[in-house]
Design a protein around this ligand. Sequence first.
Ligand code: ATR
Length: 274
Amino acid sequence: TDFYAVIGNPIAHSKSPLIHAEFSRQTGQDIRYEAILAPVDAFPATVSSFRARGGKGANVTVPFKLEAHKISTRLTERAQAAQAVNTLVFEPGGIAGDNTDGAGLVRDIRANLKFLIKARRVLLMGAGGAARGVILPLLEHKPQVLAIANRTKQKACELQQLFSRYGNGNIVSAAYADLAGEKFDLVINATSASLRGELPALPAGIFADGSLAYDMMYSDGLTPFLQYAKQQGAARLADGIGMLVEQAAESFLLWRGIRPETAPVIEMLGSCTT
Ligand code: ATR
């Protein structure tokens, strides 16, 4: 049996152990996956002791993704671009750090929701770690425009500059009010506003015909953003359960060299998708 874990604080409500248990059952891979609560000031020590107990790799969640980036001795390009790590692979000489969040989001949008990003107008709301991690994978699919909007416009502007060399001039940054009169085919909420039952101050009328509203967060029932999107006439709604399962599958693939089926696991977790 090989050991893996998700490390975070808090961690009690993480769905990752359940997801990886399903993957392991489905693929016949002999792994055990646990949830580990790390004290906020002892992430590196928690990783070391897990490794000393025989851990082969770990997922990292809030609030340790930046620290995981710091302790990695080798980074993938997407982890470097995200400046955050959600997947550690323990290697003989060190620790490889990767970030599967963006790939998970894009795979959910394309493969599960069958939504084509290419040549579409995409709006990404938020400019924190969650937003930063998905920009490169979104750009890989050549949207017509990727607008990054944030309450604090300066932070959106910094991300625009940081990623401009990947974007062929099609990245723009904005405050929410700047978006009045514009329409988008895909609107992604990467802010933490939902956590407090809040909503970014989007102007009315930004959902184009046939648009998909995607909230990277999830909750029982529709998140405040998805409720708003529905009222505003978004054609399709999706919460972050699909992304959660897809990023887990991408990590499992890194560790085990085999990609598990995600559809039955998304179904089991009860994603809010229409
Ligand atoms: P994370 O790593 O989850 O992205 P973060 O770095 O704290 O967390 O970033 C939170 C993001 O949510 C930011 O883009 C933040 O906007 P500001 O940069 O202006 O603070 C956004 N956010 C949080 N609460 C919000 C709200 N009520 N309305 C709009 N944006 C909000």
